[in-house]
Design a protein around this ligand. Structure first.
Ligand code: ADP
Length: 430
């Protein structure tokens, strides 16, 4: 394709004017000949502009009008750009169609939610699992259609660190896992999986542990009762048996603690994430927990300090929160050498409410920290056994915090001590 530069445009204009000047000189009307030539030139350009405008507005997909010179060039260039764009668009559409087709074929529900929380697009599985109907539900706010309070709370918290597992609103026997991811400019992608099978298996495991713990509790209470009676008996006990009885009682107590912790965990896991929403005065609760810790420390003379901002109140379950804070404070007593310092703090700020328990005990090596909240995980099992630990305390803390949309931070330095901090989101403040 021949291209016309600005130089060639001026050259054309020059030759036209020269021809007009010569013709003007011949007839003795130089000025009129130049004016006439320029007018013709202008008229030609105006006509080409009008053709361009007409072509662009009405016949974009047709080949451009046939013309010469610089305008021919302009028409051809625009036509080429348009052809390239439409080829690109077709390719992109093909990719979009393929993505949509594959997403539509997914067995997991995929729902696109805009920055204002309104439904934009969903696949077939979303209709099956969530009961969404196209086109009626398009543009509706997601919480108008998925109204389970736990989902509403999860959606509005807008953090989405962990997936949410709840029963389906369409079929109470089915279980769904909701995962939300941020993308674009405030948009959210909701992926929902049917986890019924997994949930049923998990439920069987939980029920088994809960039932075994429950069944073992009664015989154990009887054994502990008899051991106490034997120890308190007036009749002289053979010295060889005395030590055996003491050890049996100690181990039976450990088993009782273990069963209590297992039952507590089973309870926390079993009530489907629904918790009480009573106002709990954390500052006051920590006062009584530190008093209990002082009693536990007794002759080990720990210095237990409480620095609690007054009036920090959370919405939640009193007993669960007490159990979580007690576990942290009692751990500090158990794992800090005699006379060590323990500080319990509680404060609130823009990030919500926070409770921390720090000690200057033995500390925990970095490789253990991420595993501490696993059930039965112990850093030093001989030490934990001596302290009567069950290995379930921090698992309970983690569960309680999860149920209150909180999180546990652990930082520790070997030889210097540890800090366990519970963070609660601002929407948990009462
Ligand atoms: P346990 O009943 O054994 O105390 P936990 O789940 O409460 O179980 O704690 C898990 C492990 O974490 C403990 O066995 C202990 O090794 C370690 N740990 C917990 N708290 C502290 C602490 N304040 N200082 C040092 N180690 C700790």
């Amino acid at each position: 394709m021949r291209t016309y530069s600005l130089g060639s445009v001026f050259k054309g204009l020059f030759w036209l004017l020269l021809a007009c000047a010569l013709a003007g000189l011949l007839v003795g009307q130089l000025a009129w000949a130049l004016v006439g030539g320029l007018s013709l030139y202008l008229a030609w350009h105006l006509r080409q502009m009008a053709r361009l405008q007409q072509w662009l507005s009405n016949h974009q997909n047709d080949p451009p009008p046939d013309t010469r010179g610089v305008w021919g060039d302009i028409f051809d260039s625009i036509y080429h750009i348009q052809r390239r764009d439409s080829r690109m668009r077709a390719k992109q559409q093909l990719v979009i169609d393929r993505i949509q087709a594959s997403t539509a074929a997914l067995s997991d529900a995929v729902v696109m939610v805009d920055a204002k929380g309104r439904l934009e697009w969903w696949n077939h599985a979303a209709e099956r699992l969530l009961g969404l109907r196209a086109p009626d539900d398009s543009g509706q706010h997601v919480t108008n259609l998925l109204r389970d309070p736990r989902f509403v709370e999860y959606f509005e918290a807008n953090t989405f660190r962990e997936p949410l597992d709840i029963a389906s609103h369409l079929n109470p026997n089915a279980h769904l896992q909701y995962t939300i991811t941020h993308y674009g400019q405030g948009e959210r992608l909701l992926v929902v999986r049917d986890t019924t099978r997994l949930h049923n298996l998990e439920q069987m495991r939980k029920d088994f542990v809960a039932n075994v713990s429950h069944e073992l509790r009664t015989p154990l209470t009887v054994i502990v009762g008899y051991l106490e009676t034997l120890q308190d008996s007036e009749e002289p006990v053979n010295p060889r048996w005395k030590r055996a009885l003491q050890q049996m009682q100690q181990q039976a107590r450990r088993m009782q603690n273990l069963l209590n912790d297992l039952l507590m965990l089973a309870r926390l896991e079993n009530d489907n994430g629904l918790i009480e929403q009573n106002p709990v005065d954390v500052s006051q609760m920590l006062q009584s927990v530190t008093q209990d810790a002082r009693a536990l420390s007794a002759e080990r003379y720990h210095q237990i300090r409480l620095e609690a901002e007054p009036g920090v109140c959370l919405r939640g379950a009193h007993e669960e929160l007490r159990s979580a804070f007690s576990n942290l404070v009692f751990n500090a007593v158990k794992y800090t050498p005699d006379g060590g310092e323990i500080c319990v703090r509680c404060w609130r700020d823009d990030g919500g409410a926070h409770v921390s328990v720090s000690d200057n005990g033995a500390g925990i090596a970095a490789q253990h920290i991420s595993r501490l909240t696993e059930r039965f995980y112990r850093v030093d099992s001989s030490r934990s056994t001596n302290t009567g630990g069950t290995g379930l305390g921090l698992a309970i803390v983690k569960h309680v915090l999860l149920r209150h949309n909180g999180r546990l931070d652990i930082s520790s330095t070997v030889g210097q001590g540890s800090i366990f901090t519970c963070h609660f989101q601002p929407n948990r403040l009462a």
